[in-house]
Ligand binder design. Structure first.
Ligand code: ARG
Length: 458
């Protein structure tokens, strides 16, 4: 038997392998709720415009709601012979309400239908991610407030650079996530035009009201060009790009948790709830959730690159290649959601080790910049010269095998005779972070203020 939906000019059914490569129902069944919402808006409009009879529209709407219930209940028999979610829903509707079901597809094509469904799905996903971003930001900001005075080494090149506070470090991620939210919000705003009614690509001769369906589905307006409406997947690409950048951020935080939980760093500890053991090495506590959040960024980037590649050579308007848009979008957004939840869990779970962080903060001559700044402020040296003098003092300390604060005044004076013992006050890590009061700097007072401001905003 040829396809019931489009088989009029076909005499025989598709080859088995044709059905195999063509069917998308195994993954696009995820669009069922969006597909039915779109159809309900469409049929209400068709009735309002007098394109289908009111009685037919009512029967169709009741049938669609029943199909929706059946799918939600989990008992729906999806059929690969019916290719995709659109035809699965429509066929079931026909079983339920008879020939009137055939009127639903008036002035519509699967091309605008699928563009609509995916847009609605992506929009829903963006909306639910927003709450997850906020939850992670809040977990970070709460931690930051607790740890506003906790000194840790700040790194560049993963070499001890200058002391910072743990709170300040965590707030860096709050800023990154704020930009992520901005990118998703931008994508959502641009996405929010309805393609429904573009039909196959050219629009329709029926007197449809695209403004009405757009409004019913929560869009700002209908798309302006019917060809673009069915050919466009920018909304998916843009969302995937935002997803990929967010995945970079989570991966960097995950990497830091992996480093921090090693015995070598020992900056934080994850409880049993977020650690896994080794089947052979009894001492191990592995941060698997962080490693997975780091590793899963790979599939997210892959989804973006995959869809860019699918789209780049397609002549306008729709081509079946575009059916390949869905799995990557579903997977990437679900992956990001999972990673956001796992990261929030880890941030709430971890226990920082203030002692270890402080000890590490003082290592590696991390207050050398404070010494150079003191030479500028107290002795009036030009910074370049102060940098040079400090370098020689650091070399001396390295030679003696001690930290800067352990050098004697005499030793320092052997490099720069004008140094006084007031210098020792700036060589401690706590004093160092307290002095970084410039806007956005790591001084605990700044960090507290920023953390509180974030908690208020969130
Ligand atoms: N399953 C298809 C997709 O995901 C729906 C659109 C099919 N359109 C068509 N003209 N064959 O893209």
């Amino acid at each position: 038997m040829s396809n019931k939906m489009w088989g009029g000019r076909f005499a025989s059914p598709p080859a088995e392998i044709m059905e195999e490569i063509n069917a998308s129902i195994d993954f696009d069944r995820k669009l069922a709720a969006q597909d039915i919402a779109g159809s309900l808006a469409h049929v209400a409009m068709l009735a309002a415009q007098g394109i289908v009879a009111k009685s037919d529209a009512e029967a169709i709407a009741a049938g669609l709601n029943q199909v929706k219930g059946e799918i939600e209940a989990g008992g729906f028999a999806f059929s690969r012979a019916l290719e995709d979610i659109h035809m699965n829903v429509e066929q079931r509707l026909a079983d339920l309400v008879g020939p009137a079901a055939g009127r639903l597809h008036t002035a519509r094509s699967r091309n605008d239908q699928v563009a609509l469904d995916l847009k609605l799905w992506v929009r829903d996903a963006i909306d639910s991610l927003e709450a997850q971003f906020v939850a992670l930001q809040r977990a970070l900001a709460e931690r930051a407030l607790d740890c506003a005075t906790m000194v840790m080494p700040g790194f560049t090149h993963l070499q001890s650079a200058q002391p910072v506070t743990f709170g300040h470090h965590l707030l860096a991620y709050v800023e990154m996530l704020a930009r992520d939210r901005g990118r998703f919000a931008d994508a959502r705003a641009r996405l929010n035009e309805s393609p429904l009614g573009a039909a196959a690509l050219a629009g329709t001769s029926f007197p449809i009201d695209r403004h009405m369906t757009a409004k019913a589905l929560g869009f700002d307006r209908p798309t302006a060009n019917s060809i673009d409406s069915v050919a466009d997947r920018d909304f998916a690409l843009e969302t995937l790009a935002a997803t990929a950048i967010a995945a970079v951020h989570l991966s960097r935080l995950a990497e830091e948790i992996v480093l921090w939980t090693t015995p070598q760093f020992g900056f934080v500890r994850l409880s049993d709830a977020f650690s896994t053991g080794s089947s052979i090495m009894p001492q191990k506590r592995n941060p698997d959730a962080a490693e997975l959040a780091r590793g899963k960024s790979g599939r997210v980037f892959g989804a973006l690159l995959g869809l860019l590649t699918v789209m780049k050579g397609l002549p306008l308007a729709y081509a079946k290649d575009m059916q390949e848009d869905k799995e990557g979008v579903f997977d990437a957004l679900q992956t990001l959601s999972l990673c956001l939840a796992a990261m929030a869990g880890m941030i709430r779970d971890l226990t920082p080790d203030a002692k270890r962080m402080k000890a590490a903060a003082g290592a590696g001559y991390s207050t050398a910049t404070d010494l150079a700044d003191w030479l500028v402020g107290a002795l009036g040296l030009p910074f370049r010269e102060a940098h040079h003098v400090t370098g020689r003092i650091v070399a001396l300390a390295a030679e003696r095998g001690v930290g800067l604060e352990k050098l004697t005044l005499g030793e320092m004076r052997s490099v720069e005779p004008r140094i006084t013992d007031a210098v020792f006050a700036v060589l401690g890590v706590e004093r160092s972070v307290r002095s970084r009061t410039s806007f956005g700097g790591t001084a605990p007072a700044n960090v507290k203020k920023q953390a509180k401001a974030w908690l208020k905003r969130l």
